[in-house]
Design a protein around this ligand. Structure first.
Ligand code: HEM
Length: 176
């Protein structure tokens, strides 16, 4: 049976939140494959890409902090109703987890830069200061959190599509 439309889609997120949402989404879609690609390279081959990765990652970090501030300070549209209490809760859980995961990924990334010897290598130009990837717990945490986040990202997109198919509500309107 087709579910009834139950959300007011004229309620929108603020312009700032919308801009942060899409800039962050694009940066994450670039950062994940870039990170995976870099891990297969030798230090001499990856320093240029590493700088780009670290700068884009730092931008995501600061945008996420800003977005967390807006979360509490600016008015937000009501949470979406899907017709299933479980799905409603899952959507809110995934949205909130993104904040924690992005901050965790970035902090682990900063730790890799320092503990893995990347900062020293960049300062001195001596690539021998970079530790082997297998020795770095912070890199394992960084990669694991990033993978969990990508799985949630897929669920997030599936949620939008499922919502559209079940109720014909284009929930993207709230974030465009
Ligand atoms: C916030 C979004 C970010 C995402 C989605 C992301 C994703 C990734 C992924 C998937 C890897 C490969 C991990 C593996 O080996 O399995 C990686 C590696 C790495 N990332 Fe990030 N990252 C982000 C932010 C950052 C930040 C903020 C920094 C530091 C400022 C950073 C520094 C690094 C470093 C140093 C590596 C290791 C590269 C290597 O030597 O192989 N990342 N990242």
């Amino acid at each position: 049976m087709k579910r009834k439309i139950q959300n007011n889609l004229s309620q929108k997120y603020s312009r700032g939140i919308i801009a942060i949402h899409w800039i962050t989404a694009l940066l994450i879609l670039a950062l994940f494959p870039l990170g995976k690609y870099m891990s297969s390279l030798e230090p001499s081959e990856k320093m240029g890409l590493l700088k780009i990765h670290a700068i884009f990652g730092a931008v995501v970090f600061f945008l996420t902090l800003l977005r967390s501030y807006f979360f509490f300070k600016s008015k937000r549209p009501n949470d979406l109703k899907t017709g299933s209490k479980f799905n409603d809760k899952l959507a809110v859980l995934i949205h909130n987890l993104f904040y924690f995961l992005l901050i965790g990924i970035a902090l682990a990334g900063f730790a890799v830069m320092v503990l893995g010897g990347y900062v020293d290598a960049l300062k001195s130009g001596n690539l021998d200061l970079i530790l082997s990837n297998t020795e770095l717990a912070s890199l394992k945490a960084h990669g694991l959190l990033a993978t969990i986040m990508m799985i949630l990202l897929v669920l997030h997109v599936v949620g939008v599509m499922k919502h559209y198919l079940l109720t014909k509500e284009n929930t993207l309107k709230r974030i465009l």
